[in-house]
Design a binder for this molecule. Structure first.
Ligand SMILES: [Zn+2]
Ligand SMILES: [Zn+2]
Length: 188
């Protein structure tokens, strides 16, 4: 299968799962949300170690897939059986249960309703040929406005310490150099 053929296959399978999801919504007696009134927009612009992702914004549902991962022969089958229903389930959960846990019981029930096997509802996929993300060091600042810890990457931390830039927390609080707590963590 060429990449283009695989992409076409992924689009068809995604649309099939999506239509199945719409049937489930209707069978549950729910209204079909405006978001779901048309087929999702499917793109193949995802890179790196993430296999799939959904973005729901206004009435645009965008399911993004990583064709590099899908096209490695030993991954293709799992990609079709797991990653596609995984993302389609996220789509329905994000519309009908916006406060539900990402990979919690509601999402898992959606996966099963769409026809995925229980063992495919585990959240981590071990796909071949996927480079692990590099480790990043983060630095905690205390936000005096909301008194939360705010984690900064190395570049922001350096600029803050040199007083080149004054970053703000999304609450509007300031994060000056002397609010560095000394806490450092390494994220993978
Ligand atoms: Zn997920
Ligand atoms: Zn804050």
């Amino acid at each position: 299968m060429t990449r283009a053929e695989l992409a076409g296959k992924i689009v068809n399978i995604t649309n099939d799962y999506f239509e199945k999801g719409i049937d489930i919504v209707i069978a549950q007696g729910k209204d079909v949300d405006l978001y779901l009134a048309k087929l999702p927009r499917i793109s193949f612009d995802l890179k790196g170690k993430t296999a799939g992702m959904v973005k729901t914004r206004y009435n645009d549902v965008n399911i993004r897939f990583n064709l590099d991962i899908a096209s490695i022969p030993e991954n293709t089958q799992n990609f079709l059986l797991r990653t596609i229903p995984h993302e389609v389930a996220h789509t329905f959960v994000s519309v009908y249960h916006p406060d539900a846990d990402n990979h919690g019981s509601i999402w898992r029930r959606w996966m099963i309703s769409l026809g995925a096997k229980w063992e495919d509802t585990t959240r981590c996929h071990n796909y071949a040929g996927v480079k692990r993300a590099r480790k990043v060091t983060q630095y905690a600042y205390h936000c005096s406005r909301c008194s939360r810890d705010v984690w900064m990457g190395a570049i922001r931390h350096k600029k803050t310490q040199k007083q080149e830039t004054l970053y703000l927390h999304n609450c509007g609080g300031k994060l000056p150099a002397d609010e560095f707590t000394g806490k450092v963590r390494i994220q993978e």
